[in-house]
Write a protein that binds this ligand. Structure first.
Ligand SMILES: [Zn+2]
Length: 325
């Protein structure tokens, strides 16, 4: 079961979150692997997309915002686009477009930042958008302060958090075929009493000793540990000297889960709108109609009989019971 855990450090201006996507992540991989048009994601893309899905849940969990959080990478290499989208209720989907071959050990820059032109965009799309209201979007490059290519998605997103929120953030991300997981530690914004001296969040970057200590502990977590250990064990191992206060986790119905708005009915309506002549010519050419969802990779297959049924008006559709000859 996929889960999101939030916690704070008692009396310190530091908060944290751990996400573990299991069933939700496996569903994303399964839909893509079952698509005969695309086939499964290459191994390094699976890792990248899993890290993006985990990071997007953490970022959605970190804000109070009624709308979708969309984390996108626009690549200049074989991976053209990778997207993870998380709704306020933590339902999520993810997809990537890959063109050409990729080595099994391809690095982040070999996938999406070959000429240092790749970029990462974070979009907050309000649910009830007012007329003329644009979604908020922040964009960061995939290189560091000296234009050096970043090889970890966590570094890219740490830069983004620092730029957009002026908040120190430490991220550890990891994904394999079973689990996509992430740990986030963030310095809390200064408010009220703590801010009497007029210090801005920006002034405090890198200077909070409590945050610095906890971030170093967090960064000592190995990817393998993040993927294999349960949340209780991770928190105990990393922060056994700290006072960690935990909130009720989001799991099951309230937790992260896969959801896509595509369905066989929707695809049928789309085929009907093509018109019978177009549908018949596709059938004549390819033997069937295959439609893949752009947002999750699910493939919908319509053989000639399925396709003919789409164009039978609802009034005279045959009974649904199978006919046994
Ligand atoms: Zn879909």
């Amino acid at each position: 079961m996929s889960e999101l855990h939030k916690f704070i450090f008692d009396g310190l201006p530091v908060r944290g979150m751990i996400v573990r996507l299991t069933d939700a992540w496996q569903e994303i991989l399964k839909r893509r692997a079952g698509n005969t048009g695309t086939g499964a994601y290459p191994a390094p893309v699976r890792e990248l997309l899993g890290e993006m899905a985990a990071a997007a849940v953490l970022m959605q969990g970190n804000i109070k915002f009624n709308g979708a959080l969309v984390l996108q990478i626009f690549g200049d290499g074989p991976v053209k686009v990778a997207v993870a989208e998380v709704q306020p209720d933590f339902s999520l989907r993810a997809t990537a477009t890959v063109v050409g071959e990729l080595a099994d050990d391809a690095t982040l820059s070999q996938m999406v930042n070959v000429s240092n032109q790749g970029r990462c965009a974070i979009t907050l799309d309000p649910k009830d958008r007012l007329p003329g209201q644009q979604p908020y979007q922040g964009v960061v490059p995939l290189f560091g302060d000296r234009r050096e290519k970043l090889e970890q998605l966590s570094e890219v997103l740490e830069h983004y958090m620092l730029q957009s929120e002026q908040l120190d953030t430490a991220l550890v991300l990891a994904a394999n075929d079973q689990v996509a997981a992430g740990l986030l530690i963030q310095r809390l914004p200064v408010t009220g009493e703590g801010n009497l001296a007029g210090a801005s969040n920006e002034d405090l970057i890198g200077l909070d000793e409590h945050y610095n200590r906890i971030a170093i502990l967090a960064k000592s977590l190995k990817r393998e540990e993040l993927l294999t250990l349960d949340v209780d064990t991770i928190l105990r191992r990393l922060f056994w000297e700290e006072q960690v206060l935990r909130f009720e986790p989001f799991a099951g119905e309230t937790g992260p889960r896969f959801a896509c708005s595509c369905s066989r009915e929707r695809v049928s309506r789309m085929i009907r709108s093509l018109g019978v002549a177009e549908a018949e010519s596709i059938i004549a050419e390819r033997g069937s109609i295959e439609v893949g969802c752009d947002f999750c990779g699910q493939q919908y297959h319509f053989d000639p009989v399925d396709a003919a049924q789409i164009f039978t008006s609802p009034g005279d559709q045959p009974p649904v019971e199978p006919v046994v000859h």
